[in-house]
Design a protein around this ligand. Structure first.
Ligand code: ES4
Ligand code: ZN
Length: 326
């Protein structure tokens, strides 16, 4: 059995993908031209050369700059549609997509413009490609609690379009505690909750996201390993961790893929899933992440199938859809 073929063909579920992080350099240039925006790069090649990061913040600076080309509903549709086409190509049949409204509203773009473009792509992807999806509204943790609360209020007309809320951006200096109130408001509204934690920040952020924000998944979570008791609790509760191998390498959370603690996390019984994070910036989509891990860690077909099933079970898809994906 050819493992590469197996990874390609198995139905896959993505649980950690920032739609703004799927903006490929080519599309960034074409949207810049369409919107008469000048980019500080003279070519796609020059832009790609800039994709070398020493930490999360260096990446975020380019990611927010890149997102400025997104202006109209059609731009958000085109962005998401391009991503859904890669899902179909790679046999990713269900995906849970983060979006960062504040990145756009801070530039004067209406949250409705963002959501309407994404929703039109979502409908078309399900109808034409058979790819189902859910959307998770992320609060930018480097901005204030008040800004997060305003964002949740602005999203109220669109609550049926989103499955939950998340927390992303700069983890250092912006711990989960800062967002306890807005996460409680989201819970009151019936929304699911997830948060980036233990990516660059300490294990305490994983614990506090779980205990204080009442999340049902942890995004990244790799640094939970620094707290043995916490690891045992996360494993016991089977809290899913959405691990992003290429991201961790590109942002120097780990020095290279063979040093990644994934095998350790799996051996400790954690509910690990594999994800792509910001594939246009980090060198590949979910399939490429899975292929590289399968090769680096010599995973068997059974181990890959188990990881894919963990992602199905950790998803917010309906029980009917979960059965279709299993
Ligand atoms: C992100 Cl890799 C990563 N970490 C935190 N926030 C993010 N937003 C987009 N990508
Ligand atoms: Zn992320």
């Amino acid at each position: 059995l050819n493992i590469k073929q197996f990874v390609k063909n198995i139905p896959k579920v993505e649980l950690h993908l920032h739609i703004e992080g799927s903006l490929e350099p080519e599309l960034m240039f074409s949207l810049a031209e369409r919107n008469a925006i000048s980019l500080p790069y003279s070519s796609v090649e020059q832009l790609k050369q800039a994709y070398q990061f020493n930490n999360l913040q260096e990446f975020l600076d380019l990611y927010y700059q890149g997102a400025e080309v997104l202006q109209t509903e059609q731009d958000f549709f085109d962005l998401a549609w391009a991503y859904y086409q890669t899902c179909q190509r790679d046999n990713v049949l269900h995906t849970e997509i983060f979006f960062d409204p504040q990145t756009h509203t801070e530039r004067g773009i209406d949250i409705g413009t963002v959501i309407k473009g994404l929703m039109r792509a979502k409908q078309q992807a399900y109808q034409q490609l058979g790819v189902s999806s859910e959307y998770i509204l992320c609060f930018l943790r480097h901005l204030s609690e008040e800004s997060a609360i305003q964002t949740l209020k602005a999203a109220k007309p669109y609550l049926s379009d989103i499955v939950g809320v998340g927390l992303d951006s700069s983890e250092q200096g912006h711990p989960p505690e800062k967002f306890q109130r807005v996460f409680a408001m989201a819970k009151q509204l019936g929304l699911e909750r997830v948060a980036h934690a233990g990516e660059e920040g300490p294990a305490a952020n994983v614990k506090n996201a779980w205990q204080l924000l009442d999340v049902s998944r942890i995004d990244h979570g790799v640094r939970c390993l620094e707290d043995e008791e916490l690891v045992a609790q996360l494993a016991e509760a089977q809290i899913p961790l959405t691990v992003c191998p290429f991201s961790n390498v590109k942002l120097k959370v780990v020095s290279n893929l063979s040093e990644h603690p994934l095998p350790d996390m799996l051996s400790k019984g954690l509910a690990v899933t594999i994800n792509s994070d910001d594939p246009a910036y980090f060198g590949g989509y979910l399939l490429a992440n899975l292929e590289a891990c399968a090769e680096t860690f010599a995973w068997t077909a059974q181990q890959i199938a188990d990881l894919c099933l963990t992602a199905v079970q950790a998803s917010y898809a309906s029980e009917t859809r979960k059965r279709e994906l299993s």
